[in-house]
Design a protein around this ligand. Structure first.
Ligand code: AKB
Length: 317
């Protein structure tokens, strides 16, 4: 797209880092404006425009949208499940207010497309746990989940009422080696690799048999960009699409890691995050994304584990 100007809120986070890189590769460094809480651009962000931006700073966001003539916003800043439980009111404020600011600024200033991620956290204890369908009971019992469900409905509202082209995916746990996640319940599935390589052991904060849906970051980025590229008429769901890669339990992930590091051992010390995990689906039915815009994951658990160990191993050398 010529004339494309993309603004990323939360560019320094787990998804933001990789998405910024890919979008800059596609559209050129100058067309992608990275923003985050850090004062100055560091590392990868130095290649193109970077601005310090608090996701709650409505005026700051508006100024950037006008300054650059922004055509697309990726809003990735959020307090994740575990952190939001420790500070519920701030979790709600950050997650909801920042989204409403983005939607309103986009609608009033000619922004053509908005991307905002939802999560499996939008489901709850009465949701069918296995192969969770696109449409079913959604009764989240975490602040993060409540904010995601409410956010999905706001996205749909802005699409229907104001014709704002908002698109969204319900991310499962995301596994990545470039940037670590922070404050999530699925974060164990990243931490485990660092500990396996450094210390050959890991104490998991979830119990051995807690199955959760997961996705490897290259697939998550591919899904995000494919959804944003899809012709508008193919994007039939404007709340948020179910998205899945694979499911494993901590015990199953440990076995997969042991195939590469035979003396790796895992122990279990479940904490408050166990209750959060227990309220979420174990596997997701993402048929709708596959049918509507051709979603297909490339990585399974074994391929992800191999790639994670290789890259984190190199990083720690
Ligand atoms: C979390 O664990 O909070 C996130 C998520 C599943 O949205 N990774």
């Amino acid at each position: 797209m010529s004339g494309t100007k993309i603004l990323i809120i939360g560019a320094g986070g787990q998804v933001g880092t990789e998405l910024t890189l890919q979008l800059r590769e596609r559209h050129g460094n100058d067309s992608v404006i990275a923003t985050d809480l850090k004062d100055k651009a560091e590392g990868i962000f130095e290649a193109g425009p970077y601005h310090k931006l608090d996701a709650l700073d409505k005026q700051g966001l508006l100024d950037l949208v006008k300054k650059y003539g922004v055509t697309q916003i990726y809003h990735l800043a959020a307090l994740l499940s575990a952190t939001a439980e420790k500070n519920p009111m701030f979790g709600w404020e950050l997650n909801m207010e920042s989204l409403l600011n983005v939607l309103n600024i986009a609608k009033d200033n000619g922004v053509k497309q908005v991307y905002w991620p939802s999560s499996i956290a939008a489901f709850g204890p009465n949701t069918p746990r296995i192969d969770t369908p696109q449409y079913c009971v959604m009764d989240p019992n975490t602040v993060y989940g409540i904010s995601k469900l409410a956010g999905e409905l706001w996205c749909d509202y802005y699409f229907k009422k104001y014709h704002l082209d908002v698109r969204s995916l319900r991310y499962p746990g995301l596994i990545s080696w470039k940037t670590e996640p922070g404050g999530g319940t699925t974060d164990y599935a990243v931490h485990i690799f660092y500990e396996a390589i450094k210390n050959k052991k890991y104490e998991c904060f979830l119990s051995a048999n807690t199955g959760l849906p997961m996705l490897y970051m290259p697939d998550a980025i591919k899904a995000t960009l494919d959804l944003m590229d899809a012709p508008a008429e193919k994007v039939k769901i404007r709340t948020s699409y179910n998205l899945a890669g694979f499911t494993f339990t901590p015990a199953e992930l440990a076995i997969e890691i042991q195939k590469h590091i035979p003396d790796f051992s895992i122990s279990y010390q479940p904490d408050f995050r166990q209750a959060i995990a227990d309220s979420w689906p174990a596997s997701i039915d993402d048929t709708q994304a596959r049918l509507d815009w051709g979603w297909k994951n490339d990585y399974n658990t074994a391929a992800m584990v191999e790639d994670m160990l290789l890259n984190i191993g190199n990083k720690l050398k």
